[in-house]
Design a binder for this molecule. Structure first.
Ligand SMILES: CC(C)(COP(=O)(O)OP(=O)(O)OC[C@H]1O[C@@H](n2cnc3c(N)ncnc32)[C@H](O)[C@@H]1OP(=O)(O)O)[C@@H](O)C(=O)NCCC(=O)NCCS
Length: 443
């Protein structure tokens, strides 16, 4: 694989992005999005709040009409057959590289975690089937989430996993899926949404970039995922990315539900550093950081670790989730382990000695996430991804994360707010001298 195609793959891995470098069309060419309550590119935003105001009474109780060949599917992903259909649609059509070598492995555990947080609604798992065969060819999901946008609290949903079968692309099915999920969400009195995409749409509230830290460089190279730069030997590359066997952080251990209160209070305080965050209820945070407690450690999707000091106080935590790739047509390997950095917090951020530039936090996060890499390796992870969200820019370079090619755009539906720093400089590259104000990590 050429260097270019690897970068393209990483980009897709990052954001479900499209293959070509995202190009911004003119507003008038966004035939669908120009009809939606979203800010246009050239708008100077001076006020903050909803773009249009509606009430439930304004919303149709009838599903949107579909072409006669299709019908809306009432999916229940608690049912094995519905779950399998969603899995198959995403597995075969969500994102893959040009050679069809890698595919996301959305396990049952992953989909349960991603699509069934507390308060989830079955009717927000929206499917489209071919009437004649019953085959699922479209999907979009909404999950409830309350947001804090620059100190304004809004009830919202997160929209994710929009997917149309490859054979039915460019037929304007995506706008119908988006409008139908919007209608169903509106009927519950919710009029705002958060979503991300690799593609440029009107208009990002924040732009972040993915970064990749090879863990098993040899394997990444052998499956065509990482390339050997000119003038460097394989041995040098392996040596560059070799991790210590033992972590550095004292009293670091896997979190248990008994740690929850400590984690919650630390997290809530830490999240105040950012301008866009989720307002998790206790049950939601439990779900997102602890997942299904009955799942064995080696099968878990979400992995959370804490540091407990001698007084029994939780001083730090970090979490990452696993979403591997299935590798097709490779004799040696059938899976690529991929970890994504999720939420973290450390109480050094509140230290009186902490100065502008976050020197204490930089040191602490470098130690913590450095240990996360070692733990991830023990769980079979081959590459560890992190965005430029949160305070990630403080440790990316020291921990040998390489800048990815993929940008991740964050969008708010029916809400206007001034841009939120995503940790990039004016050329959209990682700003190692500054941190982002984006506190949301979406799957
Ligand atoms: C994303 C996907 C559903 C779009 O469907 P499509 O058949 O390519 O496009 P359609 O003809 O149905 O619709 C085109 C409209 O959808 C918009 N669109 C495309 N991708 C979008 C996305 N990820 N989010 C929101 N809108 C999107 C386009 O901008 C266009 O609207 P416009 O005329 O205002 O510009 C489809 O390409 C797909 O399944 N891709 C693989 C999975 C994926 O990448 N999902 C997105 C992850 S962020």
């Amino acid at each position: 694989m050429s260097e270019k195609s690897i970068e393209e793959l990483l980009k897709k891995l990052a954001a479900g992005a499209q293959l070509s470098e995202p190009e911004k069309k003119e507003m008038k060419d966004y035939k669908f999005w120009k009809t939606q309550p979203v800010p246009s590119f050239d708008e100077t935003i001076t006020t903050q709040g909803p773009i249009e105001t509606k009430t439930i009474a304004d919303i149709s109780t009838e599903p949107l009409p579909l072409l006669k060949e299709f019908e809306w599917a009432d999916l229940d992903i608690n049912k094995q057959e519905d779950h399998d259909e969603v899995f198959k649609l995403l597995y075969e059509n969500y994102v893959e590289d040009a050679d069809s070598t890698f595919r996301f492995k959305y396990t049952k555990e992953f989909l349960d975690w991603a699509l069934k947080p507390p308060g989830y609604r079955r009717d927000w798992h929206v499917g489209v089937r071919v009437k004649a065969t019953g085959r699922l060819i479209g999907f979009i999901a909404g999950i409830p989430t309350d947001l804090d946008v620059r100190s304004q609290e809004i009830k919202a949903v997160e929209i994710n996993f929009i997917c149309v079968h490859k054979k039915l692309r460019s037929k304007r099915l995506a706008p119908i899926l988006i409008k139908e999920v919007t209608r169903r969400v509106n009927l519950q009195g919710i009029f705002q949404a958060l979503y991300t995409a690799g593609v440029v749409l009107p208009s990002p509230v924040s732009v972040c970039r993915y970064n990749h830290r090879p863990i098993n460089w040899k394997k990444l190279h052998s499956v065509g995922f990482s390339y050997l730069p000119d003038g460097v030997s394989e041995t040098q590359m392996i040596a560059k990315y070799t991790l210590r066997n033992q972590g550095k952080v004292k009293n670091l251990r896997r979190a248990t539900l008994d740690d929850f209160e400590g984690v919650e209070s630390l997290f809530t305080k830490f999240q105040k550093r950012y301008e866009l965050t989720q307002k998790f209820s206790t049950d939601e945070l439990k779900h997102w950081l602890f997942g299904d407690a009955s799942i064995k450690n080696e099968d878990k999707v979400i992995h959370t670790f804490v540091v407990e000091d001698e007084q029994g106080k939780i001083t730090d935590f970090f979490s990452f989730y696993l979403l591997p790739f299935t590798i097709l047509d490779n004799k040696e390997h059938d899976e690529l382990g991929i970890a994504y950095l999720f939420y973290y917090a450390s109480d050094v951020a509140f230290d009186k000695e902490e100065k502008e530039g976050n020197q204490l936090l930089k040191k602490r996060l470098t130690e913590l996430i450095g240990d996360a890499l070692i733990i991830a390796k023990s769980l079979g992870v081959d590459v560890f991804n992190a965005l430029t969200t949160q305070d990630n820019n403080l440790f990316l370079q020291d921990l040998k994360f390489g800048e990815g090619d993929g940008l991740l755009n964050y969008y708010l539906f029916n809400y206007r707010v001034k841009q939120i720093e995503g940790g990039l400089n004016d050329k959209n590259h990682v700003d190692y001298n500054d941190v982002s104000k984006m506190g949301v990590v979406m799957l």
